[in-house]
Design a protein around this ligand. Structure first.
Ligand SMILES: Cc1ncc(C[n+]2csc(CCOP(=O)(O)OP(=O)(O)O)c2C)c(N)n1
Ligand SMILES: [Mg+2]
Length: 355
């Protein structure tokens, strides 16, 4: 039953290179769909690039860069219905923009401001998960619960290659397989967990190979090919809705930016490989595909970029206009009766900040 493609050369791809590798297509996508995918890619790319600048300007805190992960996020979300739920990790911090979460909200999250939290039920997007893999059981439990309630919802959990070494991943995958939960386990295999290479995470030839042990199909896809990601996710969604259970999708890339703004990846990455990845990055690759199809001009692409820049300008202005929260919030939800030490700490904070 498991469909496992063993080698990286067998990654599913649809977008060609304009030369030797021919372009494929996804029959179910209209021209409007193709353009919507492009707009979403540009929105996330712009969010990411502006965020690195805002970090450098001291306007947001340490930031987890997702440059060249946009195709994985956009392609997979496009295969979902509005009623389906998304469980992001920090690498997908802005994925909620695709569901209408304002940029200001996500920027506020990176500013450590309470305005950065939303009600997951409003958008079908769970909180951004920072502990590695702990949200995967949440997603699977949610999916199973939805099925018990007859809601016809699918849940997708995003996590990295490193997360597959966590107990929570194993527990979630086992549970999903046994309960036939309508869940998609979407692994962003960017081949690094900070400075730990994927070769140190597993002796398996691929991460998709793990699927067979959980009794679910494993699919490997080029994570920088938005159409291939879309198609693989769409098949997983159909399987989940048909009651056939979960799918593990391994979307393969190579991290083309540091882990986060606090990381110096030049100490450990293969710089030549990074250079190649950057040249073939996913947004430009898709734009060239659309140009070959004759559905996108460079003037239109420019306009879409300008729209995204405006979204970001308004987003950061709104985030910075938020009133400073009271410092007591730091302690508020930790204890019903704070120990004396915390009361002293809060008084000290108030003294230092004059707040
Ligand atoms: C439970 C837990 N352990 C350790 C960390 C510290 N940490 C933050 S990111 C990271 C690497 C995760 O790598 P991967 O799962 O491949 O995701 P990526 O960052 O590459 O998207 C680690 C170990 C953490 N956040 N949570
Ligand atoms: Mg990784």
């Amino acid at each position: 039953m498991s469909r496992v493609l063993p080698a990286e050369g067998d990654l599913r791809r649809i977008i060609g290179d304009g030369e030797a590798i021919p372009d494929g297509k996804v029959d179910s996508l209209s021209t409007d769909d193709l353009l919507a995918l492009h707009r979403n890619l540009v929105l996330l790319r712009t969010y990411d690039e502006r965020s690195v600048i805002y970090h450098r300007q001291g306007r947001i805190g340490t930031y987890a860069i997702f440059w060249n992960h946009e195709a994985m996020q956009v392609g997979s979300v496009f295969a979902l219905e509005e009623r389906d739920w998304i469980f992001p990790s920090y690498r997908e911090s802005a994925i909620g923009l695709l569901r209408g979460i304002p940029a200001a909200t996500v920027l506020s999250w990176w500013r450590g401001h309470p305005a950065g939290w939303w009600n997951p039920a409003d958008y079908g997007v769970a909180s951004i998960c920072v502990p590695i893999a702990t949200h995967v059981p949440h997603a699977v439990g949610f999916a199973w619960g939805s099925r018990l309630k007859g809601e016809d919802r699918v849940a997708i959990a995003y996590f990295g290659d490193g997360a597959t070494s966590e107990g929570a991943f194993h527990e979630a995958a086992t549970f999903a397989g046994v309960m036939k939960a309508p869940a998609i386990l979407f692994c962003n295999n960017n081949q690094w967990a900070i400075s730990t290479p994927v070769s140190a995470q597993t002796a398996a030839a691929t991460l998709a190979d793990k699927a067979i042990g959980y009794g679910m199909p494993g699919v490997r896809v080029d994570g920088c090919d938005v159409l291939a990601v879309y198609e693989a996710t769409q098949e997983a969604v159909a399987r989940a809705r048909a009651g056939e259970g979960p799918t593990l999708i391994e979307a393969v890339s190579y991290r083309a930016a540091p882990h986060a703004t606090a990381d110096d990846s030049s100490l450990y990455v293969d710089e030549e490989r990074v250079e190649r990845e950057r040249e073939n990055e996913c947004v430009g690759r898709y734009e060239r595909y659309l140009e070959r199809l004759g559905v996108l001009t460079s003037a239109e692409a420019e306009e879409i970029r300008n729209d995204a820049l405006a979204v970001m300008r308004e987003g950061i202005a709104a985030a910075e206009a938020e009133a400073r929260p009271d410092v007591s919030l730091l302690f508020e939800h930790a204890y019903a009766d704070p120990p004396a030490g915390l009361v002293d700490d809060l008084a000290e904070l108030r003294r230092i900040l004059g707040a």
